[in-house]
Design a protein around this ligand. Structure first.
Ligand SMILES: [Zn+2]
Ligand SMILES: [Zn+2]
Length: 350
């Protein structure tokens, strides 16, 4: 076994402390990654506080983190994709059944037997707990790691492994590109990635936000339009004009104004998961041939494609780099949406 060190919580109070644990030895198809950066995703906070108890109950001690970038320092004898010194990334899952219709088509995140989550889960043996990226090392099968070809500062690459792929996947699926008007609802960790990626795909991007103070940021990130979603007049003026809207908001909100904002054949895709359901009149879809869609992260092939796309277009997340002793402060600020736009933990110097 490989001795390593991370930062764990031991209960719902979210106080992190150093935690020594072991990773498995590097098997024939495994790589050992020295973690350099790990993003703080809002789902880390939900799981640490056991707020998703019914869906994914918390297992303590918990070492969160599924936006991981680091250097490969050891490879198993059968490894072909990586060599020592390469930069690798790990996202939300680290294994899956490899046999079901989802796994065999590169959609491992929709594995019929449920993928092995990067933390607060188990390996596919359903016994061995998984610990995430708030740690110095990870051992992972090479088929579940992705290659990072980006140059320079890698801290902004880490959030691509969750926030990046979550937004890239629906934008790609619905063929967002030049000549299209794209709306991004919510300018947080996910929203700011959606703006950058949609812009890099060639679309004309508008941000819908409840915060007037974010207009300058939206422009800086690449948006040409900015609509205050509480401004009924502005929303009415926008009706029927969008080809595609990605809704990243996980707080309860009425989605009907966004359906109205779609043009004929337009698509509204959800990546935020509010607690309460919406009421939608079928006519609002039928009368404009509109589509409602949902999307969860992405599979390994698409995550690789997204990383390559972002490297080619120079797209990274805007991050605030912190040392591990500031994780709790970062959690508090993330909950208050007081981050532009992602906290990333510097594990290299931890
Ligand atoms: Zn995440
Ligand atoms: Zn499967």
């Amino acid at each position: 076994m490989i001795e390593t060190r991370g930062f764990a919580v031991h209960g719902t109070d979210a106080k992190f402390s150093p935690f020594n644990f072991e990773r498995r030895d590097v098997g024939p198809n495994d790589i050992l990654i020295d973690i350099e950066y790990c993003g703080i995703c809002h789902s880390d906070i939900h799981q640490v506080k056991d707020e998703w108890h019914d869906m994914m109950p918390a297992n303590y001690p918990m070492v969160p983190g599924h936006e991981i970038v680091g250097r490969v320092t050891k490879v198993g004898v059968g490894v072909t994709k990586f060599k020592e010194g390469d930069i690798a990334g790990i996202g939300c899952f680290v294994d899956s059944c490899r046999e079901c219709p989802s796994c065999t088509t590169g959609n491992e995140h929709y594995c019929f037997k449920q993928a092995a989550f990067t933390y607060n889960g188990t390996e596919m043996d359903r016994e061995t707990p998984t610990y995430g990226g708030y740690s110095k090392h990870y051992v992972i099968d090479e088929n579940y790691a992705v290659k990072v070809n980006a140059e320079g500062d890698l801290s902004g690459v880490a959030p691509l492994l969750c926030a990046g792929i979550t937004t890239y996947s629906p934008l790609k699926k619905f063929n967002v590109g030049p000549g299209q008007k794209v709306g991004v609802v919510g300018l947080g960790g996910l929203g700011h990635m959606a703006v950058k990626i949609a812009k890099a795909m060639g679309a004309d991007v508008t941000v819908f936000s409840t915060s007037p103070g974010k207009e300058a940021d939206a422009q800086k990130l690449g948006a040409s339009g900015f609509i205050i979603s509480r401004d009924a007049e502005a929303m009415t003026a926008a009706a029927g004009t969008f080809n595609f809207i990605i809704d990243t908001v996980s707080a309860d909100h009425d989605v009907n104004p966004y359906i109205a904002a779609l043009g004929i054949g337009g698509v509204l895709a959800f990546v935020g998961m509010p607690g309460s359901p919406n009421t939608i009149h079928q006519a609002s879809l039928i009368m404009g041939n509109k589509v409602l869609a949902g999307s969860l992260i992405g599979g390994i092939p698409e995550t690789q494609e997204m990383l390559d796309f972002c490297a080619k277009h120079g797209v990274t997340a805007d991050v605030e780099l912190i040392s591990p002793d500031r994780i709790e402060e970062a959690y508090d600020r993330t909950v208050k949406s007081d981050v532009r736009y992602r906290f990333v933990i510097d594990m290299k110097n931890a």
